[in-house]
Design a protein around this ligand. Structure first.
Ligand code: AHR
Length: 489
């Protein structure tokens, strides 16, 4: 298969907020306990209780933002249970998942984790069976320099400087009957949201808030109409559940891109209709495939190259949606629907999806460029539309010297020779990194932990164009050094 791409450096879609590569961790299964946290006395090598192998793997993929403590868990979580001397913390019944919560990992441990892996913290307050007052005290504990009780408590527990947590979520999936303290409709949730926002902002007016949104337009309309001046992002969660034929799975990123664009369109028209001045974006703060094997209580699954193809497609979509959906949250980072599988006896497995995250978050520019692709298509029977085999997104650094191409070849058997021509950019050299495995079913297992890896290839540059090969079922990053003939802002 041959394919061609064209990029004009002056056709920019917006700044790339690298928080789109964000991660989500929850007190569920072995994500926190056994995954991130093993405790200082564990025989598994750890740094102050954090599992070292996991810590290193997270850091290597530069997560930028991490959402915690849930998920459903957050709707029954009372943060005061998780601060102070660990030996004094009490065990509670986790109302969301019916598990025993030891509370050894709490606010200070989470914020230490964020510091260690260099990620911005994103804390979701309990808007299920918690109160606005409890949430405001949490903001005080994390962010205040005052001499008041909760700021002093933080200092007493050994954390002198405020953590300055900027992003706070008000509740999780409050539209669902499975959620502790769910709301009956969008207007009830809006009322709850503005009460929380009011009290939390009284403690720190600089915080940015994420409210509960969903794919129900009526819910979102009510939220914006009644509470639109109180939050900055509307949260959206999408899981691809069940098993579907590979071509349908690979096509799903088109559907997700369209659904997110539609939600953003609705946000914009609701803001105009109800005269809401505050800018509102989407926090796509839970997304992943969810295979039938990932059942309660552990929610474990081992994903394949096919799943990684979809992951690359969704990250390309998030690039194109850089203005609409600047924050992402892959669900979840460790052991639960995982990117990283932390084995019980020590050692980790990195899934093909992890490799894609690592490729993207360590190889992307500051500004997203519009791309045009000429390629073959197949017809998706579910979407009833043509799906291009090649999906291309492009980003450029602010200095105009490096273009990154993020290219997915969805074809299960055919490689593609691709040529890219540029306008207002002169390419000088290029290099290619990719993930493909040998088959779309390939995965990394304890028996064969390095079956799927990041590989390298060569890029040709001639007459202002670049040429490279895209292996079948591959996710590629092409780094092109050169010079743009225009200034980028
Ligand atoms: O990620 C697992 C669960 O899926 C989260 O707790 C919840 O928000 C979602 O339904």
């Amino acid at each position: 298969m041959e394919s061609k791409g064209f990029i004009d450096i002056s056709a920019t879609l917006g700044g790339l907020d690298k928080r789109c590569y964000g991660q989500f961790i929850e007190h569920l299964g072995k994500c926190i306990y056994g995954g991130i946290w093993v405790g200082e006395d564990s025989r598994i090598p750890n740094f102050r209780g954090f599992r070292l192998d996991v810590l290193r793997a997270i850091k290597k993929m530069q997560p930028r933002i991490m959402r915690w403590p849930g998920g459903n868990f957050s709707s029954g979580y009372h943060w005061l249970d998780g601060v102070g001397p660990r030996e004094k913390r009490v065990k509670r019944l986790d109302m969301a998942w019916g598990a025993e919560e030891p509370n050894t990992f709490g606010t200070d441990e989470f914020l230490e984790l964020c510091r260690l892996v260099d990620a911005e913290p994103f804390i979701v307050v309990n808007a299920g069976n918690g109160t606005p007052e409890e949430a405001a005290k949490w903001v005080e504990y994390c962010n205040s320099r005052a001499n008041t009780y909760y700021a002093s408590l933080r200092r007493r527990y050994g954390h002198h400087d405020p953590y300055c947590v900027k992003i706070w979520g008000i509740g999780n999936e409050l539209y669902g009957r499975w959620q502790v303290g769910f709301c009956l409709n969008g207007s009830e949730c809006a009322r709850r949201t503005l009460e929380f926002a009011n009290e939390m902002r009284k403690v720190d007016p600089t915080i940015r808030l994420v409210a509960v949104g969903c794919e129900d337009p009526e819910w979102n309309l009510e939220m914006i109409k009644n509470a639109g001046e109180y939050f900055d992002y509307l949260s959206v969660h999408i899981y691809i559940k069940g098993e579907r034929p590979y071509r349908e799975l690979a096509a799903t990123s088109l559907d997700i891109e369209r659904r997110l664009r539609n939600i953003y369109g609705l946000i914009q028209s609701a803001r105009r209709r109800y005269d809401i001045e505050r800018e509102i974006g989407i926090a796509f703060d839970e997304w992943n495939v969810w295979h039938p094997e990932a059942k309660a209580p552990l929610h474990e699954q081992v994903t394949t190259v096919g799943d990684a193809i979809l992951t690359g497609g969704i990250l390309n979509a998030l690039h194109r949606l850089c203005v609409a959906a600047p924050i992402g949250g892959f669900a979840q980072t460790v052991n639960v629907l995982p990117l990283i599988i932390a084995l019980e006896d020590g050692g980790i497995l990195l899934t093909p999806q992890y490799l894609v995250f690592k490729l993207y978050s360590t190889n992307s520019g500051d500004i997203v460029l519009k791309t045009t692709v000429d390629t073959d298509h197949y017809i998706s029977s579910e979407l009833r539309e043509p799906v291009p085999f090649i999906d291309l997104s492009a980003t450029i650094t602010k200095d105009g010297k490096t273009v990154y191409l993020h290219v997915v070849n969805r074809h299960e058997t055919e490689d593609s020779e691709m040529t890219i021509s540029f306008r207002r950019f002169k390419p000088k050299r290029g290099s290619q990194l990719y993930v493909a495995g040998e088959k779309i079913q390939d995965k990394n297992t304890p028996e064969n932990p390095r079956r799927v890896m990041i590989q390298k290839s060569k890029v040709k540059v001639a007459e202002g164009k670049i040429m490279f090969d895209l292996p079948a079922h591959s996710i590629n990053i092409i780094k092109v050094s050169g010079q743009s003939s225009i200034r980028l802002n």
